[in-house]
Design a protein around this ligand. Structure first.
Ligand code: XIL
Length: 368
């Protein structure tokens, strides 16, 4: 009898324990923030289940689109705040850490930013002043309410050379330094990040480390490098990822995994430049009816291997953010090929948490 009572009590205690730590965000608390990219429909509650999951399962949010230069600043003298205001208020209501994405980027930016009334490229002085105004206005509006900003996004090619963007053509590499200076001027307390994809590629990682050194030498604040982590089944390797974390740690910055998704599909392209676009074919869309168990197991292992790294380096890894809530809403259904079915994130097409999350919770609880 006594034994039965003891067992019942133990089962009861264990279930309380599971209830207390039932989300991955709870399990990673004190190690790193667990974030998710949120779209405007989700903030608006168009599908209430999605909105509720975002509020419950994650400790941090980032806007998938609404704070990018084009949507927030479509014309020189026009800012559109509605979605961004609602997004920030949503995070506050749910007591989540809010990050801004992104201030200076070659994609999703109005053409007006770089040209004058005659359609010619503006001078370096004019572009610098436009950056200044843009950053002061956007960062200034949310001062004190946002933990950190992706200040510059994707300034490098995979081989470590500077991307030949309009910013680079007109201002040279100093555009990066200016962006960090202006963001710090706008909010001296906000954290500042450099963000890019394929950070695990050695030449690109070395270029980013060099940038961090140059920014620090110029007296700029830079808190972290964001590795977008738009990953595939075979690349990057776990080793390459670990090496990149170590290099960034040695450079004296924190590391954020800012846009994590692991595509389960074959890919014609392993970058994340949003302009990339390849033709649809059935061979490139093999899991329309569902993912075979053997492939799912491989994906799970990959997610767990990478998650193990985040835990191992949690002294420098401050945040891990999934780029999308469910397989339904992921951008990868339309990138880099339109109209496929991908399965890259932690919730499935029925808004159910994938079984791998339980494994991740167990790992997080076990790790120091
Ligand atoms: C993507 C969004 O998810 C899509 O909805 C949009 O159409 C294009 O941009 N790197 C980034 C993100 O920094 O902003 C991109 O987000 C994905 C690649």
């Amino acid at each position: 009898m006594k034994l039965i009572t003891t067992i019942t009590a133990l089962v009861f205690l264990a279930s309380i324990q599971t209830m207390a730590q039932k989300t991955l965000a709870d399990a990673t608390k004190g190690k790193f923030l667990l974030g998710v990219a949120v779209n405007s429909q989700q903030v608006d509650g168009v599908n209430p289940i999605e909105t509720e999951l975002i509020a419950k399962e994650f400790s941090a949010i980032v806007p998938e689109n609404c704070m990018k230069p084009q949507p927030i600043h479509p014309e020189e003298n026009k800012y559109v705040w509605d979605s961004a205001d609602k997004f920030v208020a949503f995070g506050e209501k749910n007591k989540q850490v809010v990050t801004g994405h992104c201030l200076i980027w070659h994609s999703q930016i109005g053409k007006w930013f770089f040209i004058d009334a005659d359609g010619k490229d503006v001078s370096p002085e004019v572009l610098k002043e436009r950056m200044h105004q843009h950053i002061l206005t956007v960062v200034g509006r949310y001062k004190g309410r946002i933990k950190g900003w992706d200040v510059v996004n994707e300034a490098f090619e995979d081989n470590g050379t500077y991307r030949n963007s309009k910013f680079y053509q007109i201002l040279g590499k100093d555009f990066i330094k200016y962006a960090f200076q202006f963001a710090h001027e706008a909010d001296p307390n906000v954290e500042l990040y450099y963000n890019d994809y394929n950070v695990e590629t050695p030449a690109k990682c070395d270029a980013i480390v060099q940038l961090v050194k140059e920014l620090k030498a110029a007296g700029c604040r830079i808190d972290a490098v964001g590795s977008q982590a738009h990953w595939h089944m075979n690349s990057p390797t776990v080793d390459a990822t670990e090496t990149s974390i170590k290099k960034l740690k040695d450079a004296g910055v924190k590391v954020l995994f800012t846009e994590l998704d692991i595509s389960i599909l074959p890919s014609p392209y392993d970058g994340a430049n949003v302009a990339a676009n390849f033709k649809y074919s059935k061979e490139m869309d093999p899991y329309k009816e569902g993912v075979p168990d053997s492939i799912q197991q491989k994906w799970n292992k990959r997610m767990l291997d990478m998650f193990g790294l985040f835990l191992k380096y949690n002294d420098v890894v401050d945040r891990v953010t999934l780029w999308g809530l469910t397989d339904n809403t992921t951008w990868l259904n339309n990138f880099p090929i339109r109209g496929r079915k991908d399965y890259p994130v932690l919730f499935d097409r029925n808004n159910q948490r994938k079984p791998v999350v339980d494994e991740m919770i167990k790992m997080a609880k076990k790790s120091k």
